[in-house]
Design a protein. Structure first.
Length: 306
């Protein structure tokens, strides 16, 4: 964020006869120099360019001041720097580092800043699949979803023999009366319940969902889409799907078995399962007490025991 400075001088104790002063007359300054590293990384993977390609601009070209690629880049960099709120861009639009990364040091019009403000960016975020009179920038949702997977695949020089997809749902706490706001008993708060798919550090999917649904809702469709796209590039890769007991659902397990995807799901504790692993639990407890470290025991089951 651009720093607003005072021109007054501050005096300190002299050192060996020399005056020591602090001044704020360095001109336009920034506290966001780290954004240059983000920009250099983006040039390697072309994230912003490829993301911007998922949008279509139906505005009158003669009246456009801020191109879609610039709007997308400004918003992505702002979020990367920790500025999640659009209102922050009323200051960021004057930031010299943001201007350098946006490729525009001077404003196109005298009454404008080099970069876009919150209102213009808001129209981008409210874009729809089909343009409207008031929202003339449209987006391709399928292309955006596919880009996450493509970036993951492109990060590998050669196909790995096996990958593990982690499927998870977590709480996104709400502090107002947002649309589709519901109370979730497990998290003991009002929240959304987004669905995530990761492979290591790579995010492959993020779906915002209300909290009044089963944790596994929509997981079959998401995994089917991701697996299909991965296998287009890596037809021989072995895929393991990993998730907690919230995803141990018949529909998802049947899909995995039908489509050659191995899976490892947690199971919620129940009396029958606890009875089957009673000896293993006792052995793990004894070892943990003896070593003062976590202990694990494994046991194989036939499907009719679960």
């Amino acid at each position: 964020m651009q720093t607003e400075c005072s021109a007054d001088l501050f005096g300190f104790a002299p050192v060996e006869g020399h005056k020591v002063v602090a001044a704020f007359d360095g001109g336009t300054m920034t506290s966001e120099a780290g954004a240059m590293l983000v920009g250099a990384s983006d040039k390697r993977i072309r994230l912003i360019e490829r993301f911007a390609g998922c949008f279509a601009d139906h505005r009158d070209a003669d009246l456009v001041v801020h191109e879609v690629a610039g709007l997308v880049g400004q918003r992505v960099l702002g979020i990367a720097l920790g500025y999640e709120d659009l209102i922050d861009h009323d200051q960021l639009r004057h930031d010299p580092v943001m201007a350098v990364l946006g490729g525009r040091l001077e404003a196109q019009r005298a009454d404008c800043a080099p970069l876009a403000g919150k209102s213009t960016l808001n129209r981008l975020e409210l874009s729809r699949a089909e343009p409207t009179r008031y929202h003339k920038i449209s987006h391709d949702a399928a292309a955006i979803e596919g880009l996450f997977v493509d970036l993951f695949v492109d990060a590998h020089a050669a196909p790995p023999p096996q990958i593990t997809l982690d499927l998870d749902a977590t709480d996104d706490p709400l502090h107002g009366h947002q649309e589709e706001r519901f109370f979730h008993g497990y998290y003991d708060t009002y929240c959304y319940l987004p669905l995530y798919v990761f492979c290591g550090r790579h995010l492959l999917a993020a779906k915002l969902r209300p909290a009044n649904i089963d944790a596994s809702a929509g997981s079959v469709e998401e995994i089917a889409r991701i697996v299909a796209r991965i296998r287009q590039r890596w037809p021989q890769v072995r895929i393991l799907l990993r998730a907690d007991s919230g995803f141990a659902r018949e529909a998802l397990m049947v899909w995995c078995e039908t489509n050659g995807v191995d899976f490892s799901f947690g199971l919620a504790q129940n009396s029958r399962l606890a009875g089957e692993i009673e000896a293993e639990l006792a052995a793990a407890q004894e070892q943990s007490q003896r070593t003062e470290k976590p202990a694990r025991r494994f046991k194989c089951y036939s499907s009719n025991l679960i």
